[in-house]
Structures are given as structure tokens and as C-alpha cells.
Design a protein around this ligand. Structure first.
Ligand code: HPA
Length: 247
């Protein structure tokens, strides 16, 4: 049974290095996940892959059924989840193509279903979310990147915005004043739902563009895709190193 799952984001709707074994359509009490679960082997180890935005990259960040995605993985016995997220860079060193393993987050999303703990409760439950990511898994990602000869930025505060539009430059300034270093649209509620299910969860973020007002150029989808294709090649190298350690 696969104990490790990778949730792919923009730029990573499939894993080329994954030798596919089978797919499974899942139904959960919360609806259907973004796509059938993909089972495969990487570096000789079994894992599960789920494209967050759907197999054809058609589900926008605010429409993703985060609960069904996490529930399906938990139901299949997954214990560890590596979430790959495309982000915008706010801090000056977070340039397009850089990889980041964030250690903190701030949630700016609204009207997303963000908990499993709301119906049929025997008591109200509050999870500890002081450290939103699994420290052990973060360290494995950082070490594996170094072993693959890559430099990752090993900390940073990830602002999750509602999207699907990008931010205004004033919003990016505000996020920076709040202490955020990178900005994306899919970090939450995914991380919190993973914690509610007691999954060990960490993010490997790839900078697609500088945050609004921080770069020279207008932010276009072409530009995002261009930077992501290089960044995702590095993500694959990290995954190849890290998977044998985790499974
Ligand atoms: N902002 C929010 N989400 C993103 C960005 C951005 O600039 N780039 C990629 N995902």
C-alpha cells in the first residue's frame, strides 16, 4: 500500500518519472477528488500521485475539492504528502525557477470549505497548527535537494490568496508587511486539512513569477509556464532523491 503521495500543482499534472501501475476513481463522503488516484513506482518505490487541478488542469484553486483529495489519500493508507505548489516570489531572493520549502503560512482565502470538523461532532475540535508543516518531511526535502546538487530556500512564509486572479501590487506590499515571502493560491486549506487527518505534510514550492509589482514584466500565463517548466525539472530531481528515503 502506498504510504507516500505527491499532490501536483500547476506545471506538474503528471509525473514523467513515475512508472504507472494503475488508476483508481475514488468517491469520498465529501465528493470526488480532483482526478483518479494514480499509482506508480518511482526509484523502485510505490507512491500515489494526484493532480490538484485535475488531470487536464481545469479546476481553479478556489474550486478544488481539497477535502475529497485529502480524504481519498488518507483512505488509501497514505501517511506522508508532498505538495508541489507554483508560487509568486515576494522576497527578493525568491526569483523565478527557485525552489522553496516553506515553514510557515498565512491564510488569506475565504469561502473555501476548510475543515472536516463541522458536522456530527461529539465535541468541538481545534487542531494545533503552530507549525503548519511536518518538520521531518521538510528536512528530507531540503536534504534531498542538496544531494541532487540543487539549492532550495529552506524556509519562508507562504501567503495563500483566494485567486484565481493574481494580486495587485498593493496587495503584494501588504503581504510583505505581514511577513510573507511567497504567495500562491493552493496552500490552504490543504495544509490544515492534512493536519486534521494527521498526515505528515510539506510543500515544495516553485517560483513561477515575481509577485505583482516586483518584476519587470507583466505576469502572463506563458511566462508562468515558461519558468515552471525549468523549476519542475528540478522538482523531479528532488522527488527522485527523496522518495526512496520516505517509502
Ligand atoms: N500569486 C498567487 N499565486 C500564484 C502566483 C502569484 O503571483 N504565481 C503562481 N501562483
Amino acid at each position: 500500500m502506498a504510504k507516500l503521495a505527491i499532490i501536483g500543482g500547476t506545471g506538474l499534472t503528471s509525473l514523467k518519472d513515475l512508472e504507472l501501475t494503475r488508476r483508481e476513481v475514488m468517491h469520498t463522503p465529501y465528493g470526488e477528488p480532483s482526478a483518479p488516484l494514480v499509482y506508480g513506482e518511482m526509484a523502485g518505490k510505490e507512491l500515489l500521485f494526484l493532480p490538484r487541478h485535475g488531470a487536464g488542469h481545469t479546476i481553479p484553486p478556489h474550486k478544488i475539492n481539497y477535502r475529497a483529495n485529502l480524504w481519498a489519500l488518507k483512505e488509501k493508507g497514505v501517511e506522508k504528502v508532498i505538495a508541489v505548489n507554483a508560487v509568486g516570489g515576494i522576497r527578493a531572493d525568491m526569483q523565478p525557477g527557485r525552489l522553496i520549502v516553506p515553514n510557515q503560512l498565512i491564510d488569506y482565502t475565504w469561502s473555501r470549505t476548510n475543515t472536516f470538523f463541522e458536522e456530527g461532532l461529539s465535541h468541538v475540535t481545534h487542531i494545533d497548527f503552530t507549525e503548519p508543516y511536518c518538520a521531518e518531511l521538510r528536512q528530507s526535502l531540503i536534504d534531498s535537494a542538496a544531494e541532487a546538487g540543487l539549492t532550495v530556500i529552506g524556509e519562508g512564509t507562504y501567503a495563500t490568496t483566494q485567486g484565481p486572479r493574481l494580486e495587485t501590487s498593493a496587495e503584494i506590499d501588504r503581504l510583505e508587511r505581514d511577513g510573507c515571502d511567497l504567495v500562491g493560491m493552493t496552500g490552504m486549506p490543504e495544509a490544515a486539512l492534512a493536519r486534521e487527518l494527521e498526515l505528515c505534510y510539506a510543500s515544495l514550492a516553485v517560483v513561477a513569477n515575481m509577485g505583482a509589482g516586483r518584476g519587470e514584466e507583466e505576469i502572463t500565463m506563458e511566462m508562468i509556464e515558461h519558468h515552471l517548466s525549468g523549476g519542475m525539472a528540478d522538482v523531479r530531481r528532488v522527488l527522485e532523491q527523496v522518495v526512496p528515503k520516505l517509502v
